[in-house]
Design a protein around this ligand. Structure first.
Ligand SMILES: *Cc1c(COP(=O)(O)O)cnc(C)c1O
Length: 230
């Protein structure tokens, strides 16, 4: 069943990318609140990238997966806000952290990235709508934050991540995606290693793709609604 949902989402990404003449975005399956068994099932169907919002939840599932032998080739993305006191665990448990929004968290991640792992892939989370109380750096802070991350030895600056204000009218989200694309192009010009623009979720990933997303983060369209399973 999860394999069918994966095929549907993958097909729709492929068709939309072909129609738009762009590359097919990387699909991150957002597995928050889903059991480890669902990750095993989706990985067996060919899914590689998984996104988790909470460090402790991810650690618990990774431990379960090690024990069961499931999803051993998974690439792990942290897509939830990261507190400073969790940076050490996150630096070891994830391949990507998509929510870096301040120099202090970047420094902590670089300091704690285990020496036997490649540099941690980092996306800068930007609050493009400049919405009060939302996580993500202000667009004006981006150049300085990017320079700080690029200077850290154990981090690889890969791009930007945004979560637009969830307007019920999808078209009202387009300006945020467009603004993110502009910031992404500017960042790429300054930092040649930048190649990833993470935007778009279950209800708006096709809109995001049309505005230049190279990575989409999809939960409910793959796993169904996030109600705890019996
Ligand atoms: C939960 C979540 C998603 C996936 O949301 P869906 O609407 O279930 O696709 C994507 N990105 C972030 C940051 C999330 O927290």
């Amino acid at each position: 069943m999860l394999a069918d949902a994966l095929r549907e989402v993958s097909d729709s990404l492929y068709s939309a990318a072909t129609a738009a003449g762009c590359s097919v975005p990387v699909l991150v399956a957002v597995s928050k609140l889903q059991p480890a068994g669902a990750i095993t099932e989706l990985a067996a169907a060919g899914q590689r990238d998984f996104g988790e919002n909470y460090v402790q939840e991810a650690l618990r599932k990774q431990q379960e997966l090690r024990a069961s032998g499931g999803a051993q080739a998974a690439v792990w993305h942290l897509i939830g806000h990261l507190q400073g006191n969790k940076a050490k665990e996150a630096a070891a448990a994830f391949d990507w952290v998509q929510t870096v929004d301040r120099p202090s968290i970047a420094e902590a991640l670089s300091k704690h990235r285990p020496a036997d792992r490649p540099p941690l892939n980092v996306l800068l989370q930007v609050n493009v709508d400049d919405e009060a109380g939302k996580h993500g750096c202000h667009p004006g802070e981006l150049p300085a934050l990017a320079a700080a991350v690029a200077a850290l030895p154990r981090l690889a600056l890969r791009g930007l991540m945004i979560i637009p204000t969830p307007h019920p009218d999808l078209e009202a989200r387009r300006p945020a995606f467009r603004a993110a694309r502009q910031l992404f192009d500017d960042l790429k010009a300054a930092h040649p290693g930048v190649d990833t623009l993470s935007m778009g979720m279950s209800d708006d990933y096709l809109l995001a793709l049309g505005e230049g997303a190279t990575m989409v983060r999809i939960g409910s369209a793959l796993f169904g609604a996030r109600t705890p399973r019996a």
